[in-house]
Design a protein around this ligand. Structure first.
Ligand SMILES: Cc1cc2nc3c(=O)[nH]c(=O)nc-3n(C[C@H](O)[C@H](O)[C@H](O)COP(=O)(O)O)c2cc1C
Length: 237
């Protein structure tokens, strides 16, 4: 437990890295930590792209506006909110449940039904037509019933997926820190060009952040870390 807290408090956004090899094992560990983050409906609506070869890295760093952390990192992780993965994810979970004795037939059927409802609910339809109809239905329902508004329009879906993606990113950065490597999250990038570079579809994918991964340069000195006081960020009711 102390180790986790130590990694959280030690982590800094590192702006200059020195050349270092990131082993496959380490890479796997940080991605494993990332995917263990909680996600809405356990839908894990993201995909991480590991950019490790010199040529690809240089191209992506350029699209991060040549920022120093991107230019000097050993690898760049592009974290993408992926709203096109939902059907495959629920199918994957269903197959996983079917292969395990802990889940009764009733439980599997229940999950199957919930997943189907989720898919219908999350389908914006052509030009957001279904989303608009559903939005009015939920709005009316909400007049007399306590309920949350599900993400209906494509914009809402990306916002929804971004939350889970960002949590996975934080897990990745804490895990990296605990394993002795450093990171810098970046949202300074040309999303349109970077999306094209990675072959992403604007319909289903949105880049949430790029994480520079590497070993902090020995010559780099972080400025002291400032945070707003607790009372400015917490309300105790
Ligand atoms: C969503 C997000 C976007 C960021 N974008 C950039 C960036 O484009 N370039 C950069 O150098 N740092 C970026 N940072 C790092 C922040 O500047 C840094 O986390 C903040 O100043 C606090 O410093 P610390 O993480 O060392 O405590 C970003 C951080 C976050 C969470």
């Amino acid at each position: 437990m102390d180790g986790i807290l130590e990694a959280i408090f030690r982590r800094r956004a590192i702006k200059v890295f020195e050349p270092a090899e990131i082993s496959e094992e380490l890479r796997e560990q940080i991605f494993n930590a990332a995917r263990h983050a909680p996600s809405s409906f356990n839908s894990q609506p993201y995909r991480f792209y590991w950019v490790g070869t010199a040529k690809e890295k240089a191209a992506v760093a350029k699209l991060c506006m040549g920022q120093k952390p991107a230019e000097t990192a050993s690898a760049l992780v592009v974290a993408v909110a992926d709203i096109g993965s939902l059907a495959a994810t629920s199918q994957g979970q269903l197959e996983w449940m079917r292969g395990r004795s802990e889940f009764s037939e009733a439980k599997i059927r229940d999950y199957e039904r919930t997943a189907k409802i989720g898919r219908i609910l999350f389908m914006p339809g052509p030009f957001g037509v279904f989303a608009a109809i559903k939005w009015w239905m939920f709005w009316l329902l909400n007049l007399w019933k306590v309920m949350g508004m599900p993400p209906l329009f494509r914009r809402d879906l990306f916002k929804w997926a971004t939350k889970s993606t960002a949590l996975a990113c934080e897990n990745l950065m804490i895990a990296a820190e605990a394993l002795g490597i450093n990171t810098c999250p970046m949202e300074g990038f040309d999303g349109r060009r970077l999306g094209r570079q990675l072959g992403l579809s604007a319909r289903y994918h949105e880049i949430v952040m790029v994480i520079a991964v590497g070993k902090k340069s020995q010559t780099y000195v972080e400025s002291p870390q400032w945070r707003r006081p607790l009372e400015a960020t917490v309300t105790i009711l």
